[in-house]
Ligand binder design. Structure first.
Ligand SMILES: [Fe+2]
Ligand SMILES: [Fe+2]
Length: 198
């Protein structure tokens, strides 16, 4: 990327940018975008060894959540959401669900994005009361169209995925699904540029 032989835009202030400059940058953006699935997988691996007091580390928890969703017949986009729902734990220690939802947003349906964004509040039903919090906090969303979808996610896939004896398919198994889901944004500020570069 920092190879001196590669063409670079000439401007030092964006106000001086030309179409030629931006074609160079758009080409680079296209290449960089293709590496996103790899970067996502690398980031997910940062959860390895992070037990946080649970019986399985957060990486295993993510793989097991995806495995449960896959075995239950969920489609590829859903399984990828299940796999990545806790990817935000590394940098979003206080808002991990939001981080995952933002990463997924350009590539998945609103139903899946909402489910991932709200999984932490919905999962709180199982433990908020042990921490002096309201376990029914999720009830504020009871009339929301994705309420039951998110209940299903936390009850069938996310919450049972702390089992050291449960099935855990390896990341390699899910890699083709990640490649497919992250291959092209369906909603993004830069969608038009991405479509043009391809
Ligand atoms: Fe979570
Ligand atoms: Fe989780």
């Amino acid at each position: 990327m920092n190879d001196m032989t590669q063409p670079k835009a000439q401007f030092r202030h964006m106000k001086d940018g030309t179409a030629e400059d931006w074609n160079i940058i758009a080409d680079n953006f296209g290449e960089f975008g293709k590496g996103l699935p790899g970067r996502i997988m690398d980031h997910l691996k940062l959860l390895q060894g992070d037990f946080g007091g649970f019986q399985v580390d957060r990486y295993t928890h993510c793989l097991q959540t995806a495995t449960l969703a896959y075995r239950d017949g969920k489609d590829e986009e859903y399984v990828v959401c299940a796999l990545l729902h806790d990817i935000g734990d590394t940098l979003g220690s206080y808002n991990h669900a939001d981080v995952a939802a933002v990463l997924l947003e350009p590539f998945v349906s609103e139903a899946n994005r909402w489910m991932v964004a709200h999984h932490a509040i919905f999962q709180g039903y199982y433990f908020f009361h042990h921490l002096g919090m309201d376990r029914d906090m999720r009830q504020q969303y009871r009339d929301h169209p994705y309420f039951s979808r998110t209940i299903e996610f936390v009850s069938k896939y996310d919450s049972p995925a702390f089992d050291p004896d449960g099935e855990v398919l390896p990341l390699e198994f899910f890699e083709p699904m990640i490649q497919k889901v992250f291959s092209k944004p369906v909603r993004s500020l830069y969608k038009q540029t991405v479509d043009k570069v391809e």
